[in-house]
Design a protein around this ligand. Structure first.
Ligand SMILES: [Zn+2]
Length: 393
């Protein structure tokens, strides 16, 4: 036995980081239905003497397709999911669950779930339609051919036989993309798609016009890069016309609020002579932060379209979803993942270059001949950094 034979356990086990982030498509119950499910779960738990506690009311869901577990949010997977979802066109429909039973799971953690029959036919059609759209993206291998629609109520060590329950039904009028923070029992909705062909096609699909506008925002990101700022760009559009552009420049302007979106929206508001811009749409290469999200809502933007998701600071679903708060927002629609991969690459290339520069500076006199010598120091005022995606499996 050679020394190398003993190595795999060291590298194989120690080097694989634990996944922290799960992505999946789901249909959520209405608020009323979620409460009914919670009451039903509690009733069944005491009736059957189960020890497992029912899930939190806001976490009941029907999984349509899993998209994998990752370390960090994968912008390429999110972008592909957005692309697939935008292609699904379907009317809203009713779902009805009428039995409860256990699945064989782990010995002490068998899922006790709601099941149904004919009342889930349209739901199955949605699952298949979404699967077909996923096959046109890099997500093809995640399509689940065998769909067993269910709502998990709780986990328990008992195996419960199928039994009829008081039927639970609701009208499904949207499906969602969920980012689940593993071990933190947190679900973040990254995208919502209406089950209504008209709305789906006008609000949530990525159109060639969206991509064209995002290219203008990407050009602006290059401008930021040229002055040594974190490369994020934005453009404000109205009826297909460019109204204003902006790029990230907080360090050069000595202005912590000078994010690309703020720069572009100030120009647009000045130009249009109005502090509200209800006919305007903004395209930005990175998911807006909380400051920009609120500014865009104050300005009553019709729509916010972003490229890459920002798992460290995004306020359109990644860290918080300010646009999804009905108490804060009634005006602004959101679409993410437009040219998401390209937008993300501009940022990761920038940070890779900056790390290389620091590395060369740190290595002392050897840097005398460094090609970076004449480059001004890249400002350190920004803390934002997107982690490079882990290598593909
Ligand atoms: Zn911002």
């Amino acid at each position: 036995m050679t020394g190398s034979a003993a190595q795999p356990s060291l590298f194989g086990i120690d080097s694989a980081p634990q996944p922290t982030d799960r992505l999946f498509f789901a249909v959520l119950p209405s608020a009323d239905a979620a409460q009914t499910i919670a009451d039903l779960a509690k009733g069944l738990q005491s009736e059957l003497g189960l020890k497992g506690r029912p899930l939190q009311t806001d976490r009941f869901h029907i999984t349509l397709h899993h998209l994998g577990d990752y370390v960090g949010l994968r912008p390429d997977i999110v972008a592909a999911a957005m692309e697939a979802a935008a292609r699904v066109q379907m009317e809203s429909f009713d779902v009805c669950f009428e039995t409860a039973a256990s699945f064989k799971g782990l010995p002490d953690r068998k899922p006790f779930v709601l099941r149904g029959g004919d009342g889930l036919r349209d739901l199955t059609a949605l699952q298949q339609s979404l699967g077909a759209a996923m096959k046109r993206t890099i997500l093809g291998s995640w399509v689940q051919p065998k769909f067993v629609p269910h709502v998990t109520l709780l986990y328990d060590d008992q195996l419960v036989d199928e039994r009829a329950v008081e039927p639970v039904s609701w009208e499904a009028n949207e499906f969602v993309l969920i980012h689940s923070l593993l071990g933190q029992t947190r679900h973040i909705v990254l995208g919502r798609w209406a089950l209504n062909p008209q709305r789906t096609s006008t609000v949530m699909s990525i159109t060639p016009a969206d991509e064209q506008a995002m290219r203008i925002a990407l050009d602006q990101a290059q401008n930021a890069m040229l002055v040594g700022e974190v490369p994020i760009g934005a453009v404000v559009m109205r009826a297909g016309q460019v109204i204003a552009t902006g790029y990230n420049r907080p360090v050069t302007e000595h202005d912590p609020t000078a994010h690309a979106e703020i720069v572009a929206l100030r120009h647009a508001a000045t130009l249009l002579g109005n502090y509200r811009l209800p006919e305007c749409e903004i395209y930005v290469t990175l998911e807006p932060c909380a400051m920009c999200a609120m500014a865009l809502m104050h300005a009553r933007f019709k729509r916010v379209v972003f490229g890459a998701a920002d798992p460290k600071g995004g306020a359109a679903g990644s860290v918080v979803d300010l646009f999804g708060h009905t108490q804060l927002n009634h005006h602004t629609k959101v679409l993410g993942g437009v040219l998401g991969q390209e937008c993300g690459t501009v940022l990761s290339d920038f940070f890779a270059q900056r790390r290389e520069l620091y590395r060369q500076r740190r290595s002392g006199p050897a840097t005398e001949s460094s090609p970076f010598d004449d480059t001004p120091a890249i400002p350190t005022g920004e803390v934002l950094e997107i982690e490079p995606p882990p290598p593909s499996p």
